[in-house]
Design a protein around this ligand. Structure first.
Ligand SMILES: Nc1ncnc2c1ncn2[C@@H]1O[C@H](COP(=O)(O)OP(=O)(O)OP(=O)(O)O)[C@@H](O)[C@H]1O
Ligand SMILES: [Mg+2]
Length: 367
C-alpha cells in the first residue's frame, strides 16, 4: 500500500514545505519535529478514514495516474491495479449504461482532469477480470494546490447494483399493473354486456352488476394482501361465508391448501360468485335446510399440477333442466376455458346441481 499512498505523501510533503516557507527559519527544530509528527498522525488517520469508507475512493496525479485507492475500490474493480502506471480508473473494462464499451480515455475521471471540472450525473459499468459487471455512479473531482494549479483528482465510485435491481423490479410491476388494469376493464365491459343481455329489468341489472363488480373488488383486495398467498379456500370463503348461517353444515368446504396464481384467482373468484348467486337464486341456498358442499384436491404428476373441485348442492328445490343460459353458465363453460384453461361441467340433477371443474396450475419453482 506504500506506493498507493504516494498522493497522500506528496500532499504531506507540500504541507511540510508550505509550513517551512511560511515560518522560515525561525521555527525551532523541536517545533518542526512536532509539526512533522502531527502531520504524520493526521495522514495516518486520513488513510485509515479512506480505508474504512464503504464507498470506493481513489486518487490520481494531474496526468491521471493512479496514486491511491482504498479496499472498497479493489472490491468494486475486482483486482489491484498498479499505482503509477494505471491511468484514469482502476476498472478492468468500462461500459456506458447501454452496454457499449467506454475507452478509459473517455471515462468521467479523464474528462474531469482534461476539462479541470467536477463531473456529475454520469453512470458507467465496470467489468471485473472475472467477467462480473457492476453499475456505478462516479464523482470525479479535480484537486488544486494553493496557487490553484491542478495537482490531481479524487474520485468516489458508488455501487448502484441494488438500485438498478429495484428499478427493474419496479418496471416489471408497472408493466404488470398496466396489464391488470387492461384486463380488469375488459372484464368489467364483459360483465356489463352479459348482465345487460340477461337482466329482465333495470333493478335486476343494477343488483347483478353491483354484486359482480363487488366480487371483482373483493378478489383484488384478496390479491393485494401480500401477507398471505391466495388459496382456493380463501376464494370460496370470501363468497360463501355470508351464507353459512351456522345451521348444521349449510356450507361445507373441504380440501387441502391450494395456492392460486394471481391471473387465475380473479376469473375463478367470479366463477365461484356466479355459482353462489345461482345457488341463492334457484338452488340449495334459496331455501332453509339446503346445503352446498365443496370438496377439492390437487393432483401432482411429474409434469403438471391440477386443481380438481366438486360443487354439490342438496336439499334445495327440485332442479329442472334450464331453459335459458345467462352470464353464470356462460362464464363457467366458455370464459373459464378460454382465460385460464379450466374445464367445467354442470350436471342439473333433480336433487341438486353438481359442478365438476379442473384447473391447470403452474408448476412450483422448487419442483
Ligand atoms: N344452483 C342452481 N340450482 C337450480 N337451477 C340452477 C342453478 N344454477 C342455475 N340454474 C338454472 O340455470 C339457469 C342458467 O343459469 P345462469 O347462471 O347461466 O343464468 P341466470 O342466473 O339465470 O342469469 P345470470 O347468471 O346472467 O344472472 C338459471 O336460470 C336456472 O334456471
Ligand atoms: Mg346466474
Amino acid at each position: 500500500m506504500d506506493k498507493q499512498a504516494g498522493f497522500l505523501e506528496s500532499e504531506f510533503e507540500r504541507a511540510v514545505s508550505a509550513r517551512a516557507t511560511a515560518d522560515d527559519t525561525v521555527v525551532p527544530l523541536a517545533g518542526a519535529l512536532r509539526t512533522l509528527e502531527t502531520l504524520r498522525e493526521r495522514e495516518r488517520r486520513f488513510r485509515e478514514l479512506l480505508g474504512a469508507l464503504p464507498a470506493a475512493v481513489y486518487t490520481t496525479d494531474a496526468a491521471g495516474r493512479l496514486t491511491y485507492y482504498n479496499e472498497a475500490a479493489t472490491e468494486l474493480w475486482g483486482h489491484r491495479p498498479t499505482p503509477g502506471s494505471t491511468e484514469w480508473c482502476g476498472s478492468w473494462k468500462l461500459y456506458w449504461p447501454d452496454g457499449t464499451p467506454m475507452p478509459h480515455g473517455d471515462c468521467p475521471m479523464a474528462v474531469a482532469l482534461r476539462e479541470d471540472r467536477p463531473v456529475r450525473g454520469m453512470e458507467a459499468i465496470c467489468e471485473r477480470p472475472d467477467g462480473t459487471r457492476v453499475p456505478f455512479i462516479p464523482y470525479p473531482t479535480p484537486l488544486h494546490d494553493e496557487a490553484g494549479r491542478l495537482v490531481g483528482a479524487v474520485n468516489m465510485l458508488v455501487d448502484i447494483t441494488e438500485r438498478k435491481r429495484a428499478e427493474e423490479r419496479q418496471h416489471l410491476m408497472v408493466r404488470e399493473l398496466h396489464h391488470r388494469v387492461k384486463n380488469t376493464l375488459a372484464t368489467v365491459q364483459a360483465i356489463m354486456g352479459s348482465t345487460a343481455r340477461s337482466a329482465t329489468s333495470i333493478e335486476d341489472f343494477q343488483t347483478a352488476l353491483i354484486g359482480r363488480i363487488g366480487v371483482l373488488a373483493k378478489t383484488h383486495i384478496l390479491l393485494s394482501d401480500d401477507s398471505r398467498p391466495v388459496s382456493f379456500s380463501d376464494i370460496l370463503h370470501s363468497e360463501l361465508d355470508a351464507f353459512d348461517d351456522g345451521s348444521d353444515g349449510r356450507v361445507s368446504l373441504t380440501g387441502p391448501p391450494v395456492e392460486i396464481a394471481a391471473q387465475a384467482a380473479v376469473p375463478l373468484g367470479l366463477a365461484m360468485h356466479e355459482l353462489t348467486t345461482n345457488a341463492a337464486k334457484y338452488g340449495a341456498l334459496s331455501v332453509y335446510g339446503g346445503k352446498v358442499d365443496v370438496t377439492w384436491s390437487e393432483t401432482i404428476t411429474a409434469s403438471s399440477r391440477q386443481l380438481n373441485f366438486d360443487w354439490v348442492e342438496s336439499g334445495g328445490p327440485t332442479v329442472t333442466l334450464p331453459t335459458r343460459q345467462g352470464f353464470g353458465s356462460r362464464l363457467l363453460q366458455f370464459v373459464l376455458p378460454g382465460q385460464i384453461q379450466a374445464k367445467v361441467s354442470i350436471d342439473y340433477r333433480p336433487e341438486g346441481i353438481r359442478v365438476h371443474g379442473t384447473l391447470p396450475l403452474p408448476k412450483k419453482a422448487a419442483d
